[in-house]
Design a protein around this ligand. Structure first.
Ligand code: ZN
Length: 119
C-alpha cells in the first residue's frame, strides 16, 4: 500500500502496490491519473542525498580556497583602514605643527612689538 496525493485535488489516497505506475481513478474528484511513485506522500527522500556524495575530496579544497579569498579580502580591508587611519593621524599631526608654528610666530610678533614699545 502506498500513500499518494491526487495531482488534481491533492487528496490523500491509499494505492495498492500492484497499482503503482498504473492508471488509477481518484475517488474524491473522479480524475484518472498515473499512480507514479513521485506522487507518493513523503517522496522527497532522494533529492537531498546527491549533493553530499559527488567528489568528497573536492569540497574541502573549494572551501579552503574560499576561506583564503575571504582572509585576503579581510587583510586588504584591514590594510586600507590602517592606511587611512595613519594618513588621517599624519594629517592631524601636520595640522597641529602648522598651528603651533603660527602661534609661535604670533608670540614672536607680540614680543617684537613689546620690545619696540618698551623703554
Ligand atoms: Zn482527486
Amino acid at each position: 500500500m502506498k500513500h499518494m496525493k491526487c495531482p488534481f485535488c491533492n487528496v490523500r489516497l491509499d494505492v495498492p502496490d500492484e497499482l503503482t505506475s498504473e492508471e488509477v481513478t481518484c475517488p474524491s474528484c473522479g480524475e484518472a491519473f498515473m499512480a507514479d511513485p513521485e506522487l507518493e506522500v513523503g517522496y522527497k527522500a532522494p533529492p537531498p542525498a546527491p549533493p553530499v556524495r559527488p567528489r568528497p575530496a573536492a569540497a574541502p579544497v573549494a572551501r579552503k580556497a574560499r576561506n583564503t579569498g575571504i582572509i585576503v579580502l579581510l587583510a586588504i580591508i584591514a590594510l586600507t583602514l590602517m592606511t587611512m587611519c595613519v594618513s588621517q593621524e599624519e594629517r592631524a599631526h601636520k595640522e597641529e605643527i602648522r598651528r603651533t608654528k603660527q602661534e609661535l610666530k604670533e608670540i614672536e610678533a607680540k614680543m617684537k612689538a613689546m620690545r619696540k614699545r618698551g623703554p
